[in-house]
Design a protein around this ligand. Structure first.
Ligand code: HEC
Ligand code: HEC
Ligand code: HEC
Length: 437
């Protein structure tokens, strides 16, 4: 035991010493630039930069809702308090107008601002670090040629010690690796292009993986599913729980249009991701789809069709009375059936036309480990993605009791997974939260 302690002490001391060498606790300030030197800029690089900013979802965090510029101030709630994004328009006083190319590259790779402050990893520099020099140059040219917007950054409201930026040096030591992207030799060029975009700029695994108590992505559970902004985030690839497998066309539909006929709609924080991809370069988005298909177990088309047909057969005709004669159905489920009949059936019924919603049994919300996403779509509705603008679902105001009942019913009827536990308490919390916001 004792020996183990001594060894731990020695290795911790070693880590701190090595750490002080590897991670700069107080990085130096980089000189401000007098003027942006556009002589070396080209319209091709600027266009490339715009595409990369769409693939990197910069606007999701930096552009306040209802505005046009990436002027920052967007609140990002974290378990440690709220972090606000900064102004990344080239305004000299409040944005990055005085930032040299070197300062921008350092921020994207090392998470350090021009003045030498460590930045919080809510800004996904742990993913951006592997973006190539050429792509960072394109992003810099694009950002620096946007219209400057004066907008003072909003102060973070983090709890001590998280409010003390130098501690981020420790976080970086533990979790931040600046390694270039390494292509997988088993992948085609297109699959590697997709992997590069998804793992670096797209930072897909930032949401689609669980995080440890210090907020770092768990490398051992890469793409195993996560949670953010009050939503559950599905696992991707080999860990997918989709009742009907994904193929490259499904992924392409979903990423471009935010809707797939076999899997449904992109709601919650995924909406903004697909809205940006909708406007991005098609070859790049398709490359991401080919990468996803590569890491997803292959599906047998005949088996998949059979499974989809089985699930669709669970839908009800509009005339159904929800009595279930001959079946022993618990009271709570029968009550949920009545809530479904009154509030959901007019849209979620036997599918005869392409414009109708797909069978609920195919969706992640209904098959997820908890009712979180189902509650969200019922109480907040669905603001459809750009590529599927007709697929709107209005918010439905239900009592906590009815919400719990309908969730229990939907799970019982449409999913092969076990019933959700603690439905009443979860529904009560969701209804109270919706009232407060
Ligand atoms: C998930 C949210 C998120 C995304 C996506 C995101 N950022 Fe940020 N970014 C932030 C936050 C939050 C900060 C401020 C961090 C801090 O204050 O420590 C920030 C800071 C920055 C900074 C430093 C600016 C300064 O004034 O210190 C730059 C540069 C930047 N982001 C560029 C980008 C670019 C380019 C993209 C897209 C490729 C992007 N960001 C995508 C959240 C995000
Ligand atoms: C800001 C967080 C966030 C980021 C970043 C993000 N996603 Fe998602 N993603 C979600 C959420 C939330 C859902 C669930 C949406 C729903 O239930 O309607 C989702 C769903 C999906 C699905 C459907 C999976 C299923 O089984 O239903 C796919 C595919 C997907 N995302 C791919 C991606 C790719 C590829 C990227 C990177 C380019 C990405 N996501 C980046 C939050 C995110
Ligand atoms: C006015 C029509 C309408 C009503 C009423 C309605 N929905 Fe929806 N719902 C939609 C549309 C449109 C979608 C988008 C999916 C699609 O088109 O495939 C959707 C999607 C969903 C999804 C999948 C969300 C996702 O992220 O994949 C769930 C779950 C859902 N609805 C549950 C319900 C429940 C429960 C009720 C009743 C309390 C209800 N809906 C009432 C139109 C409706």
């Amino acid at each position: 035991m004792k020996r183990w302690h001594v060894l731990t002490g020695v290795s911790l001391a070693a880590i701190v010493v090595v750490g002080a060498v590897v991670v700069d606790v107080f990085p130096r300030e980089l000189a401000p630039i007098e003027q942006i030197d556009q002589a070396s800029f080209s319209s091709d690089q600027i266009d490339l930069g715009e595409n990369l900013s769409l693939l990197g979802d910069c606007a999701a965090c930096h552009k306040p809702a209802g505005t046009q510029a990436m002027s920052g101030g967007v609140a990002l709630p974290t378990p440690f308090g709220t972090i606000y994004s900064t102004n990344i328009t080239p305004d000299v006083a409040t944005g990055i107008g005085s930032w040299s190319h070197e300062a921008f590259v350092r921020a994207m790779r090392e998470g350090v601002d021009r003045k030498g402050n460590h930045l919080y990893p809510a800004f996904p520099y742990d993913h951006f670090a592997a973006v190539t020099d050429d792509d960072l140059d394109a992003l810099y040219q694009y950002l620096m040629t946007q219209d400057p917007v004066a907008s003072e950054p909003v102060a973070n409201t983090l709890r001590f010690p998280f409010s003390f930026r130098p501690i981020l040096a420790g976080w970086k030591l533990l979790f931040h690796r600046q390694e270039p992207f390494s292509p997988n030799p088993d992948f085609t060029d297109e699959e590697n292009r997709g992997a590069y975009l998804a793992e670096t700029l797209g930072h897909c695994s930032a949401c689609h993986s669980p995080r440890n108590i210090l907020g770092a992505v768990k490398k051992s559970a890469y793409l195993a599913g996560g949670a953010a902004e009050g939503w559950l985030i599905p696992p991707l690839g080999s860990a997918s729980i989709a009742p009907v497998g994904w193929d490259v066309d499904d992924y392409a539909d979903y990423l471009f249009d935010g809707w797939s006929e076999r899997h449904g709609i992109a709601a919650g924080p995924m909406t903004e991701v697909v809205d940006n991809l909708h406007d991005a370069n098609e070859d790049d988005v398709f490359a991401i789809a080919t990468w996803l298909a590569k890491i997803t177990p292959a599906v047998d088309p005949a088996e998949r069709e059979a499974r989809a047909t089985e699930i669709a057969a669970l839908d009800f005709p509009e005339s159904f009375d929800f009595a279930f004669p001959g079946q022993t159905v618990p009271e709570a489920i029968l009550a949920g059936g009545q809530v479904f009949k009154t509030n959901c059936l007019k849209c979620h019924k036997e599918r005869v036309a392409k414009g109708q919603p797909i069978s609920l049994g195919l969706t992640y919300a209904v098959n997820a480990p908890a009712p979180t996403n189902l509650f969200n779509v019922v109480l907040k509705g669905i603001e459809p993605p750009l590529g599927s603008s007709a697929r709107r679902m209005q918010p439905i105001s239900l009592s906590a009791e009815d919400l719990a009942a309908v969730a229990g019913f939907v799970r019982w009827r449409f999913s092969a997974k076990p019933a959700w536990s603690d439905l009443n308490a979860a529904a009560k919390a969701a209804v109270e939260h919706a009232k407060a916001h």
